[in-house]
Design a protein around this ligand. Sequence first.
Ligand SMILES: CC(C)(COP(=O)(O)OP(=O)(O)OC[C@H]1O[C@@H](n2cnc3c(N)ncnc32)[C@H](O)[C@@H]1OP(=O)(O)O)[C@@H](O)C(=O)NCCC(=O)NCCS
Length: 147
Amino acid sequence: MSEGFRMMGFIDLDRVIEIERRNYDFPWTRGNFADSIESGYCCLVMERSGFVAGYGVMMQVLDEAHLLNLSVAVNWQGMGMGKKLLMHFIDTAKGMGMNSFHLEVRPSNSVALNLYRRAGFSEIAVRPDYYPAEKGREDAVLMRMDL
Ligand SMILES: CC(C)(COP(=O)(O)OP(=O)(O)OC[C@H]1O[C@@H](n2cnc3c(N)ncnc32)[C@H](O)[C@@H]1OP(=O)(O)O)[C@@H](O)C(=O)NCCC(=O)NCCS
């Protein structure tokens, strides 16, 4: 089975929100995704056997790409899909002429941290109290990669 990538449309949002709510304690809202599409961010879905199995959102700031969301449906996690989706965003950013790629991740999210480190991202800063958490706030690790 192979993956296909395409632009996310409003028609995908029911499925995207379903995945999002299962993946995160503090999920993006439908409005966050709609705003991202309307703002012209690079919003992509990854299909497997004709079903949306993952998605991501990348924003462009001058020559910097910023990954705002990267998610794989729970039943597809741990099978290499996240890595393929991330590599597709990296290739897309290179194709758009971006010179660097940035993202934030929770220090408690060891799966995502491993994914980004193995893809070549380096930790460059900590943003204190960046994310909402069960008890108060959680820092974000800011990661960067030269393209
Ligand atoms: C993070 C996420 C996108 C990774 O996608 P995935 O399809 O599960 O990951 P993959 O199978 O492609 O694995 C990629 C890398 O992640 C790491 N990884 C995957 N599963 C792991 C596990 N159970 N424990 C530790 N590291 C793991 C490994 O480094 C792996 O690379 P390797 O196989 O070469 O060692 C996915 O798990 C997800 O959507 N999680 C919930 C939402 C989320 O946390 N998103 C990221 C926000 S910054």
